[in-house]
Design a protein around this ligand. Structure first.
Ligand code: ARG
Length: 457
């Protein structure tokens, strides 16, 4: 069939070229935004006297009919159309005849697709933010259920200092709060209307871009028509924000995988969020966490793909830009899927406080506190550090731990040691004394929880 844009050419495109060029199989996702955008456009054309009031009303009614029929299943997408914009216009013209052909006045698909995509992603951001909030609530709930559980904190994946499990979990809560901030920030810049930029240069019709922008919930209009149709920063920004969010989920996944291992046994995942092996009967695999970790790479790939596509593109619209949609849709769909499984996985996992405590006990993670003890007794930190290190070395050689090394042995290293040292190196003391702001003491974790809850409220 000849194209709607036939004229300059016959519009007879080879079927291979037609398939290659067509985007309807993925941009059909934008049908709702396309139709509501067109309704606002028709209303503006009517208000400005570019079309008659009656023509505008007819168009709006016709568009509403298409939307209703698509949603009720009465109307199916025609995948032989080039894209969603052509599909809607084609149906409109079939249904309304002559008037239908008037909708595309003072508009181009270039500003139309930019509009649709911004509207679509704007509501996706809201959905993603809600899912992040659900995950935050699950993280906070775990922290609250495990308020005083002590575990080893790690650096270099070597036991470092005792911390509260709740403190560790709240670290992820802080990351997720930043993710929410980034999404909100990205939404702000996204919420700028490109409609009315037309093909690239604006239009000779007396349009009112603000009227359309306000009707569609935008805060601003693109101030330069060339930029308005060429800009895909909002897609890149969103994918960057999603990439960071996925990176956080991936780090969390890695820890969950580690903690759920037989070696750590710090947590147990609910059966509902694990799988078995087809051959090894003993297995309980953390597939969900592994998949989230794996899909992070895929989302980074989406970001890189679009950045690379946009690099070096001349102004204004180029067909290369049609490649934006599959990348950004994939990133958005992937992160939503991940968050949907991640939140209940976290919510239903069970901490194993005894195992965490056991791991915290044997690893000299109170050696810093031993040094701090000597500092308290008047020694400079460097000297205290050295003595504590020598004591640790002796313990390792003798198969001892700091908690049970006799006082007289301690005193061979420094006369400053007294009976009260055992209290200072007790793991609970070590945690409880870290009252610095943001530290691991129970009081500090409590205020972190309160802070996050307040942000969520
Ligand atoms: N399907 C196109 C896209 O996704 C719509 C814009 C087409 N504009 C054009 N002048 N060919 O980018």
């Amino acid at each position: 069939m000849a194209k709607m844009w036939a004229g300059r050419t016959s519009g007879e495109v080879s079927s291979i070229a037609d398939d290659f060029n067509s985007s309807i199989h993925f941009d059909c996702k934008l049908y709702k935004q396309d139709i509501t955008g067109s309704m606002a456009h028709a209303a503006m054309l009517g208000a400005q006297g570019i079309l008659s009031k009656q023509e505008a009303d007819t168009l709006i009614e016709g568009l509403q009919g298409i939307l209703d029929d698509l949603e009720s299943g009465k109307l199916d997408f025609d995948y032989t159309c080039e894209d969603i914009h052509m599909f809607v216009e084609q149906v409109l013209t079939q249904r309304l005849g002559y008037v239908g052909k008037k909708l595309h006045t003072a508009r181009s698909r270039n500003d139309q697709v930019a509009l649709d995509l911004r509207m679509y992603l704007r509501s996706e951001i809201d959905e993603i933010a809600d899912l992040v909030k659900a995950l935050l609530r699950a993280v906070v709930a775990q922290a609250e259920q495990n308020r005083n559980v002590i575990m080893p904190g790690y650096t270099h994946l070597q036991r470092a200092q005792p911390i509260l499990f709740s403190h560790h979990l709240m670290a992820y809560a802080m990351m997720l709060l930043r993710d929410l901030d980034r999404l909100a920030d990205c939404r702000k810049r996204m919420n700028v209307s490109p409609i009315g930029c037309c093909a690239l240069a604006g239009t000779t019709y007396h349009t009112d871009r603000w009227m359309e922008a306000k009707a569609l919930g935008f805060d601003d209009i693109a101030r330069n028509s060339i930029d308005g149709v060429s800009d895909r920063d909002f897609c890149v920004e969103l994918m960057s924000a999603i990439s960071l969010l996925m990176m956080h989920l991936s780090r969390f996944s890695e820890e969950i995988i580690l903690w759920a291992s037989w070696e750590f046994k710090f947590i147990e995942l609910s059966d509902a969020y694990t799988t078995g092996s087809s051959i090894m009967p003993q297995k309980k695999n953390p597939d969900m966490a592994e998949l989230v970790r794996g899909k992070t790479g895929r989302v980074y790939g989406d970001l890189m793909a679009l950045l690379t596509t946009l690099k070096g593109l001349p102004l204004a619209y180029n067909k290369d830009m049609q490649e934006d949609k599959e990348a950004v849709f994939d990133a958005v769909d992937t992160v939503k899927m991940c968050l949907k499984v991640f939140a209940p996985m976290v919510e239903t996992m069970t901490a194993k406080p005894e195992n965490m405590k056991k791991a915290a006990q044997g690893g000299f993670i109170n050696a810093t506190d031993l040094a701090d003890y000597l500092v308290k007794k008047g020694l400079p930190f460097r000297s205290a550090y050295k003595i504590s290190g020598q004591i640790v070395a002796k313990c390792i050689a003798d198969g001892q731990v700091l908690e049970t090394l006799p006082l007289d042995v301690y005193q061979t290293f420094s006369p400053l040691f007294g009976e009260d040292l055992y209290q200072d190196i007790d793991l609970t003391t070590c945690v409880e004394k870290r009252v610095s702001q943001g530290g691991t003491s129970a009081a500090s974790v409590e205020s972190q929880i309160a802070y996050v809850k307040e942000r969520l409220a």
